[in-house]
Write a protein that binds this ligand. Structure first.
Ligand code: ADP
Ligand code: MG
Length: 458
């Protein structure tokens, strides 16, 4: 009887703890990591560091001096030495650790063992990055951070930067317009492209930037943000009028730069190397971001006359992409496919869009359109995205690097509210006045000023 009570007394709490841990692991992986995963992984790392490094072939033979010292002081056999380890720094999603490479090692040696290290220490993934010559940082990620995306609380984002998604190594993916002026976002329908745009618009809304939208799906995606947009085109005909105005705006900005620098007015724009950032702040035009949702809708043609208009629009977009950066005009283009079938010049336009993000696609050819000329292995990663995870994408850059990213969920009403809150920021771009969207009357007006909360007991 006493045995049974003891069993119940000890077994009950243990079973409850085990069940609680399993539940936390499935439902609240962040909480599980901080309470259970982190201590276990740290203990495993500390106790097995030397032997794991040796098993991964990351140790080197000890120096002669060390050999003599060990022999003189102890009788133990002389073990190969692992890379020197810095302190372990826990984070809310994993832990970080710096290693000093031994002579003759390179970061790629450690990166090649990342998968082995992950199994040895029981974490979700291990990423290796170079801090400075001879020092690498191991970033251990405790759980799949892309399952329930939570952006880090503190992200340093400067002007024209938007932390738009989370990378699989738990670092924020920042869309930086000054580093990557133009971007192409591809994906099948319902893959999360518009969500990606929504984040960008909501992120740019409080900044002094002119936002211009072309949404030929009758504005279903961009019209809710009308209060913050400087211009919106919802039909190809409107877009055909808007694009020349943007090109004109760009040319005016080039003229301004030329005038400021005392360059002869007839210098071709292509030869001017400086940009609006060189202008004094009082004269500097506001940066302008052009969002194009569903680029194929813009280029869809029914008649021969439409075809001419389409070719003109492609040419204007190419011009904006080629020369826009210096004038502070940036393109953000979204589409399901972006190939030669969009018409003359489409592939040339694509080549100008440096940043690439590829959501789930239906065929390899579409993934190749986005990532093929950047990193071939990123193409297969994009093809492997499951439909159950909308918002998951592969982001590449021209340096050949790529990573999996996922946007957090942001509801349309929250994004629209962010735009309404920043409606006073809409900069004055005179040329765009005729395209200023009509702001729909809000269906639900917030009630009159909320009464001061009163203490319940008062
Ligand atoms: N990061 C995300 N997390 C959760 N749900 C998402 C995410 N991104 C998109 N979704 C959902 O997927 C659906 C399609 O997204 P959407 O951005 O409209 O796709 P697309 O523009 O590619 O057709 C929407 O219902 C949206 O709520
Ligand atoms: Mg969409």
């Amino acid at each position: 009887m006493t045995d049974l009570t003891t069993l119940l007394e000890v077994g009950g709490p243990v079973a409850a703890l085990g069940g609680g841990a399993a539940y936390a692991r499935a439902k609240h992986p962040g909480l599980y990591w901080s309470t259970v995963g982190l201590p276990i992984s740290t203990a495993r790392l500390l106790s097995s560091y030397g032997s794991v490094m040796e098993a991964c072939g990351l140790t080197v033979a000890p120096s002669r001096l060390r050999m003599l010292a060990v022999k003189a002081t102890t009788r133990r056999e002389v073990r190969p030495v692992p890379p020197r380890r810095g302190i372990i720094r826990p984070t809310s999603t994993g832990l970080r650790l710096r290693l000093r490479l031994a002579p003759g090692q390179e970061p790629a040696d450690v990166a090649a063992s990342a998968e082995r290290l992950r199994h040895a220490w029981g974490v979700h993934a291990v990423y290796v990055s170079t801090v400075k010559p001879g020092v690498v940082e191991l970033r251990l990620v405790g759980f799949d951070v892309l399952r329930q995306v939570r952006m880090p609380r503190k992200v340093d984002a400067e002007f024209l930067q938007v932390p738009v998604a989370l990378r699989e190594d738990a670092m924020p993916f920042v869309r930086d317009y000054r580093a990557v002026p133009h971007q192409l976002t591809l994906g099948a329908t319902l893959s999360g492209k518009s969500m990606y745009l929504r984040h960008l618009i909501a992120g740019l809304a409080p900044q002094p930037v002119a936002l211009v939208g072309i949404d030929c799906k009758r504005g279903v995606e961009l019209a809710p943000f009308a209060s913050r947009l400087s211009a919106l085109a919802t039909e190809p005909e409107q877009a055909a009028e808007l694009l020349p105005v943007l090109v004109k705006e760009m040319e005016d900005r080039y003229d301004l730069i030329k005038a400021r620098q005392g360059i002869a007015p007839d210098t071709p724009a292509e030869e001017i190397t400086s940009d609006i950032w060189g202008l004094p702040e009082s004269e500097r035009p506001v940066p302008l971001v052009l969002f194009v949702d569903e680029v194929a809708e813009l280029f869809l043609v029914a008649t021969r006359k439409d075809e001419e208009r389409r070719d003109e629009m492609v040419t204007q977009l190419i011009r904006l992409a080629q020369l826009g950066r210096a004038a502070g005009i940036y393109l953000e283009v979204c589409g399901q496919r972006f190939g030669a079938e969009l018409g003359k010049g489409a592939t040339m336009l694509r080549a100008q869009l440096t940043g690439r993000v590829c959501h789930r696609v239906n065929d390899e050819a579409s993934a190749k359109m986005a990532l093929g000329d950047i990193a071939p292995e990123a193409v297969s990663a994009a093809c492997a995205i499951a439909p159950e995870r909308p918002g998951l994408a592969v982001a590449g850059d021209t340096s050949g690097g790529w990573s999996r990213i996922r946007t957090p969920y942001l509801s349309l009403s929250d994004a629209a509210a962010a735009c309404r809150d920043s409606a006073h920021v809409v900069p004055d771009v005179p040329g765009l006045k005729p395209f200023l969207p009509e702001v729909a009357i809000r269906p639900v007006e917030s009630p009159a000023p909320v009464a001061e909360p009163r203490p319940a007991t008062g």
